[in-house]
Design a protein around this ligand. Sequence first.
Ligand code: GDP
Length: 337
Amino acid sequence: MTPSPKGRLPIDTYVQGILDQNKVILSKAITVSESTLLSDRHLSREILKKLLPHTGNSFRIGITGIPGVGKSTFIDTFGEFLTKQSLRVAVLAIDPSSTYSQGSILGDKTRMHRLARNPMAYVRPSPTAGSLGGVSRRTREALLLCEAAGYEMILIETVGVGQSEVAVHHMVDAFLLLAIPHTGDELQGIKRGIMEMADIIFMNKAENELLASARKSKAQLSQALRLYPPKESGWKTKLVIGSALHQLGIDQLWDRLCELKARSQKNGYWNNNRQQQALTWMLDHIRSELESRFLEKDLVARRFPLLKQGVLDQEISPIQAAEELLALWQSESGTTP
Ligand code: GDP
């Protein structure tokens, strides 16, 4: 058996600590779940298995928007608002492009300075960079651990670029897009796919001289949204204008979120969606496990760099390279197709 890294605790210490809502233990358990060491993967699986009956009770909300739109300010304000409603709040982030390491702890604490010091809140710094699959797995596990620790609200922040929104969309009950007022006619450069995922668009920075353009943007956006087909949940995307900095519009936003939750629980979408998400999680896990086991095989690992370069240089087609690697994998593992 490989020895555990220093500082690892017995499984039951993690489990009990989390159920006792001990933030230090929760952080340690999330660190274990972020590790790629085999012994840690095993430990993490055991912790999760024991905690699973205590998960699933939070309202999971995804938050996205381009950098600078005000996500951290918003989460700080919204999180404070929620704790005043006696709700415990956990904040997670998903950012596969992140180059942060230890520094992000300080980064996130200063980004959400009030919430980070709030005893009713837990702010987890962004995990270090990795493949989207890896980062998604870690975020899902962190989400469950936070639920077991009694957090009723889980806010998952994602940067407004790339595929991370889709990953977060697969983890949450409601998806919130932050936008800013725009004076031009174009629709803020918001990608259509992201608009389609959004349950609520919060038009931030709608204060003082920006209020007029916020109203104009709101009108433009609602017109554009009318053209979209209804969501599977039956919910129509709502628009709320406000200001994270000046704490405006936060209660309206909260009303909308509660309305969404009530409706979706009533029409069965809430459970249905969570079931589908569990299936997606299972399949994602299989996919990433298979891929890493595939790439670890000796013959495959040796041939892979050359074929990868061949594909990059357009000397060999991606399909041809894949077929060759699959054949090597089959010969090595004695598997027949
Ligand atoms: P993020 O990159 O999306 O996390 O955005 P930040 O929360 O870091 O905010 C970017 C900048 O916008 C900061 O200077 C904030 O102070 C400012 N900001 C955020 N929310 C508001 C708001 O509601 N009104 C105004 N005027 N500025 C805001």
